[in-house]
Design a protein around this ligand. Structure first.
Ligand SMILES: Nc1ncnc2c1ncn2[C@@H]1O[C@H](COP(=O)(O)OP(=O)(O)OP(=O)(O)O)[C@@H](O)[C@H]1O
Ligand SMILES: [Mg+2]
Length: 235
């Protein structure tokens, strides 16, 4: 589904990504894990087309994304939930969810896609008429992921969906993400802590200083000395 090969990114003449390569198969949930500043967000932003790579290629089901705008990529079915959620505060929850149905037309009706978003995040239904500014951090995260369902995204890029949330909220979001995977969507998550990686992840890649230094299962990651050194796993 997603093939990232030898991606190199420079920002203000410093090398941020250095030869990043990884794959996400159709229907898989893959996590990029790394400490603060490792390059996770830059990787997701490059896939989404906000950052132009100096070298390397990104392919979505075989289509080279080079030269495609962020809007083109959204229309091809890549949904992005950024680190800070980017909910539109002046719009209501329902309006925030409706917007992506205008961006990308698919064989599913707008109504069907909006319903699915509310079904996966039932709490949002209670806040449907509330403006985006009146939501907690956790509710904004939910809304941000819900919008990717309204886009009918086939590949979801979720930047730190479990970070900075109260422990009471995390299991609900984790359950919703699992449901999204069960719907057959492909998911790439960026997280800074191994403990946030859902146990249903198919594979994880560990990043350090702009490079992928490990690829394997969560179980292998917990036993790997490099991973333990980098992320200091406590498990
Ligand atoms: N626009 C920018 N200008 C300058 N440096 C940048 C810019 N964006 C990212 N960087 C640098 O690139 C490196 C990688 O940043 P990135 O945001 O990708 O890390 P991250 O792994 O997502 O970290 P975090 O866990 O804190 O979100 C950092 O050293 C950061 O300072
Ligand atoms: Mg980040």
């Amino acid at each position: 589904m997603l093939e990232v090969s030898d991606l190199a990114v420079e920002i203000q003449s410093s090398e941020i990504l250095r030869g990043v390569s990884f794959n996400v198969g159709a229907g898989e949930l893959v996590c990029l894990v790394g400490r603060n500043g490792a390059g996770k967000t830059t990787t997701l932003r490059t896939i989404m087309g906000y950052v132009a790579p100096r070298a390397g290629a990104i392919r979505l089901t075989g289509t080279d994304l080079r030269g495609k705008s962020t809007l083109d990529r959204a229309r091809l079915g890549i949904g992005y939930s950024p680190e800070d959620s980017e909910v539109l505060g002046e719009l209501t929850v329902a309006e925030n969810i409706e917007l992506p149905t205008w961006t990308r037309r698919t064989e599913k009706s707008a109504h069907e896609r909006i319903e699915l978003a509310f079904q996966v995040f039932p709490n949002l239904r209670r806040y449907a008429t509330r403006p985006g500014t009146h939501l907690s951090g956790g509710e904004r995260k939910m809304l941000s992921i819900a919008r990717t369902l309204a886009l009918d995204a086939k590949l979801l890029l979720l930047d730190e969906p479990f970070e900075g949330l109260s422990p009471a909220i995390i299991p609900g979001i984790r359950h919703s993400v699992h449901e999204i995977v069960r719907l057959g969507r492909t998911v790439l998550i960026a997280e800074s802590e191994l403990q946030h990686v859902p146990d249903y992840a198919d594979r994880i890649y560990v990043m350090e200083r702009g490079e992928i230094v490990f690829g394997g299962s969560l179980e292998q990651a917990h036993c790997d000395p490099t991973v333990r050194r980098i992320i200091g796993t406590t498990v």
